[in-house]
Structures are given as structure tokens and as C-alpha cells.
Design a protein around this ligand. Sequence first.
Ligand SMILES: C[S@@+](CC[C@H](N)C(=O)[O-])C[C@H]1O[C@@H](n2cnc3c(N)ncnc32)[C@H](O)[C@@H]1O
Length: 227
Amino acid sequence: MAFKLDCVVPWGRNMEEYRLMFRLSENDLSKKIAGFGDGPACFNRELTERGGSVTSFDIIYQFSKEDIEKRIDEVRVEVMEQMRRNKENYVWTRFKSLDELESTRMSAMRKFLEDYDKGKLEGRYVFHKLPNRLPYENDHFDLGLSSHFLLMYTALGYDFHIAAITEMLRVCKEIRIFPIVDLDAEKTELTSKVIKHFGENFRVDIVKTDYEFQKGDNKMLVIEKER
Ligand SMILES: C[S@@+](CC[C@H](N)C(=O)[O-])C[C@H]1O[C@@H](n2cnc3c(N)ncnc32)[C@H](O)[C@@H]1O
């Protein structure tokens, strides 16, 4: 069955948030980076403008700019209403209010939309569905990132996660996943099982980050190939 855009909630963060979530150093930012499930985040645009190398993969990149823009407008009200209802579950230091949050998110997504057609032509936004095989040789990328996608959507299941992370680790020397809790910021059996699985053949670490918006979301999972 064809994938429908109204099944996803496109919502995007900016480069400063990626930098904090993944503890990205200047050295990291100079690496060849892959972003998995980057959606309408403007990390790709901002890093490209600084001369960095980043390729973003997402199922929504099969759609046109107009379709993605329309879907963002549709989900905006719903997402902000959910945030309003769950306001006490968030740390309001980075963003001081719901209005500030909404304008930061909308600004990030507008930056993405302005860059989308150009980035597609340049091969920076690639339609791809994990865990399908990526058209790259082993270790093509230095660093793979997944923000607010893997480990968070527990409903995708253990097998999906093992297959998706295995493929990411085939094309990336190292991957970082943030956060490591579910949509309710609860610890999950999925994360423990993923750590156990990859811990057998890779170096696996849980690293505290400088980013915490949903209370308890302040750690990333780092999986590296042993050198
Ligand atoms: C909540 S958004 C996160 C966007 C961005 N990473 C950020 O943090 O701002 C999750 C993204 O995962 C993408 N996604 C969901 N399932 C996917 C799959 N199987 N393969 C690739 N991308 C997927 C969605 O389309 C969506 O853009």
C-alpha cells in the first residue's frame, strides 16, 4: 500500500538543537553526516550553509514542497494543543513559552521548506524508508544521527529497530540516537534490548547531553564500530 503523508506528523528542529542533543563538536560538524528521519528539520540547510556535508533521509521526501507545507499547517494546531495540555511535562528554560516554541519550530520548518527543492536537486534530501537498504557502500558516512524517531516510536517494534540500526551502522562508522525514551519520556524495554543486541559487536554508550525539553529526555545512545 502506498505511504500517505497524513500518517506522519512533520515537525522539525534547528541546528542549535541538533548540536546540543547530539553533543556535536566542531570536529563532528566537519564530518560526513547522515540524518535519518530528519523530516522538516533545518539542520541540513544550516550545516550546508556553513560548508558542512549532510544527507538527510526521510519518507516524507517523496512528497512535494507544497504537500509537506500543507501537512505542516494541518498538524501545527494539533501538536500545539497537545503541548498545551502536557505543558508541565516540559522544561521551560530554553523556550520560555508555548508561543516561543511554536515560532522557533515554524521558523525551522520554513527554513527547511525554502531549501527543500534545491536540497533535493543537490541530493541532500533523499526519499528513503528505513530499514530498506541504502544506496551507499559500507562506512560511506562518518556519523549517522536520529533525532526524535528511533527508540521513541516504540510501536515500530524491536525487529524494525534492529534492522534499521543495522543498516545505519553498515553505512555509518558511528551513530547517535536522541532521545532514548518513548513518546511519554518513559524508559523502555526496547532501548534495553537494542543496547544488549548491539553491545555484542559494537561499542555502545549512553551519554548525557546538554539538551532537555521533555522532562527526562536528556540522554543519547552512541553506537560505534570498534576500531
Ligand atoms: C518527529 S519527526 C523528527 C524530525 C527531525 N528529526 C527532528 O527532530 O526535528 C520523525 C520523522 O521520522 C520520519 N520517519 C518515520 N518512519 C520512517 C522510516 N521508516 N524511514 C525514514 N523516516 C521515517 C517521519 O517522516 C518524520 O519526519
